[in-house]
Design a protein around this ligand. Structure first.
Ligand code: HSE
Length: 404
C-alpha cells in the first residue's frame, strides 16, 4: 500500500488527483498494490471540490506522517518547492515532480539526496508534458552515444506561433488563448522568453550527456522578436518558425546548448508539430534519429506522466530507480559560438549592401513589405562571422535556419 500527498492543487496537481481517483482500480492492478491519495497541500481551501477533505495547509503534517511514502510536488518554482522536496526526501519519502525549474536548477543535489535516502526522485512530467522522454532517454536509448537533442519543448509558444502562422493572429490574443487552456506558466514570461524551454533542454542534455547543465549556461532567446513579417518571409521559402531547444555534443565532448527561434523546412517532421504539441528528436550513434511527439502541456497529459512516476515509485519501494546524472562544472557546456548554420536575416538595407556583406544569399519576398526592408537566407556560418559581416547593417531579425 502506498499513500500519496500532492503539494500544490493547481492545474497539474488537480489533474493528478483526478487521474489517481478516476483510474484507481487500474493503477492498483498495475502496481499490484493499493495507491491512495491521503493529502493535498495548498494555501487555499477548495470547499466546492470533491477533494476538499484531503486539503491541509501545513507541510509538517505530511512530513511527519509515516504512512505517506510518495510526495507529488506540483507547486512549481525553486524556493518552497525545493524546501519541501528536500524535507520529503530527508524523511524517506519518494518525490515525483513536474517542476522543470527545480530539476534544471537543483536536480543533481536532489537526486543525490534521494540516493542517500534510498528513495526515488522522478521527473518524467518535467519535460514534454505527457510525452514519455525521460525514461526512454535514460533506459531505452542507453546503448547509444547521443550526439544531438533538438526539440519543440514549450507548448505555449508553439501554440502562439501556430496561431500566428495559420490564422495571422496577433501575439497577445494567441497568448491569452494558451493561458485560458491552462498551458502557460503562472507568469507566461517564462514561456515567451524561452526560460521554460531552456530548463527543459537543460534536463534532457544533463540526462543524455551525464553532467548537470545549468540554465545560466544556455543562451536563450524567446519568441517576442517574432513578427508576422518574419512568418510571411518564412512561408515564402517553404519554412515555419519554431522555437527550438538544442543540445549538441561535439567531438571535444563538450555540449553546446541553446534555445532560439529557427526557420524549419516545411517538409521536416518538426514543422508539422503544431498547437500545444511538443516533439523531441534525439540522434544516437546506433539508432540514428528518433522522435518523441505528444501533448507537451495541459492538465491531464502532464498528470498522466506524474501518475506513471507515482506508480513507478510505488512499484520500486525497495529498489528505487535512479534517473540521475553527474555534477556540472566549468567546461561541461560551452556557448554555441562554433555551431554553424545558415541564417535568416531581415534588415533595413539596400539589396546590394546585403549582397556585399554576405555574398551568396537567397532574397525573400512578402506582400506589403515596406520600402527599404530586405530579407535573405545566408549560407552556413557561425553567429560571430554573421555579426561581423553585418556590423554596418540595421537589423530587424536574425534567426537560425535548421539544416535538413
Ligand atoms: N508552460 C509550459 C508549456 C507547461 O507551455 O509548455 C508545460 O511544461
Amino acid at each position: 500500500m502506498s499513500k500519496v500527498a500532492i503539494l500544490g492543487f493547481g492545474v497539474v496537481g488537480s489533474g493528478v488527483a483526478e487521474v489517481l481517483q478516476r483510474n484507481g482500480a487500474h493503477i492498483d492492478e498495475k502496481v499490484h498494490s493499493k495507491v491512495e491519495l491521503k493529502y493535498i497541500l495548498d494555501v487555499r481551501d477548495f470547499p466546492d471540490s470533491p477533494f476538499a477533505a484531503y486539503v491541509v495547509h501545513d507541510f509538517a503534517v505530511i512530513e511527519k506522517d509515516p504512512e505517506v511514502d510518495i510526495v507529488v510536488e506540483t507547486i512549481g518554482g525553486a524556493k518552497v518547492a525545493r524546501e519541501f522536496t528536500e524535507r520529503a526526501l530527508s524523511a524517506g519519502k519518494s518525490v515525483v515532480t513536474s517542476n522543470k525549474e527545480l530539476v534544471a536548477e537543483h536536480g543533481y543535489e536532489l537526486m543525490k539526496l534521494a540516493q542517500e535516502k534510498g528513495v526515488s526522485y522522478l521527473y518524467e512530467a518535467s519535460v514534454g508534458g505527457g510525452i514519455p522522454i525521460i525514461r526512454p532517454l535514460k533506459q531505452c536509448l542507453a546503448a547509444n552515444e547521443i550526439t544531438e537533442i533538438c526539440g519543440i519543448l514549450n507548448g505555449t509558444t508553439n501554440y502562439i506561433l501556430t496561431r500566428m502562422i495559420r490564422s495571422g493572429l496577433p501575439f497577445a490574443q494567441a497568448l491569452k488563448e494558451a493561458q485560458t487552456n491552462g498551458y502557460a506558466e503562472a507568469d507566461p514570461t517564462a514561456d515567451i522568453e524561452g526560460h521554460d524551454a531552456c530548463r527543459k533542454i537543460c534536463i534532457l542534455a544533463s540526462l543524455a550527456f551525464g553532467r548537470h547543465i545549468y540554465p545560466k549556461e544556455v543562451p536563450t532567446e524567446g519568441i517576442t522578436g517574432v513578427s508576422l513579417a518574419d512568418v510571411a518571409y518564412a512561408d515564402s521559402c517553404g519554412r515555419k518558425i519554431k522555437l527550438l531547444g538544442r543540445a549538441i555534443r561535439k567531438e571535444d565532448g563538450k555540449v553546446r546548448a541553446f534555445v532560439a527561434p529557427h526557420l524549419v523546412s516545411g517538409s521536416a517532421p518538426l514543422a508539422g508539430v503544431e498547437d500545444v504539441f511538443n516533439a523531441i528528436t534525439v540522434r544516437g550513434n546506433a539508432i540514428g534519429d528518433v522522435m518523441f511527439y505528444g501533448r507537451g502541456a495541459g492538465k491531464l497529459p502532464t498528470a498522466s506522466a506524474v501518475v506513471a512516476d507515482v506508480m513507478e515509485a510505488a512499484r520500486n519501494r525497495d529498489r528505487p530507480k535512479f534517473m540521475d546524472w553527474g555534477p556540472g562544472g566549468s567546461g561541461v557546456a560551452l556557448p554555441p559560438l562554433d555551431v554553424e548554420s545558415p541564417w535568416y536575416v531581415r534588415a533595413e538595407a539596400a539589396p546590394e549592401a546585403i549582397r556585399g556583406a554576405l555574398g551568396d544569399v537567397t532574397f525573400l519576398a512578402r506582400a506589403g513589405a515596406p520600402a527599404g526592408e530586405v530579407a535573405v537566407l545566408t549560407v552556413s556560418m557561425t553567429r560571430g562571422e554573421l555579426e561581423e559581416r553585418l556590423k554596418d547593417i540595421s537589423l530587424h531579425t536574425v534567426f537560425r535556419v535548421l539544416e535538413d
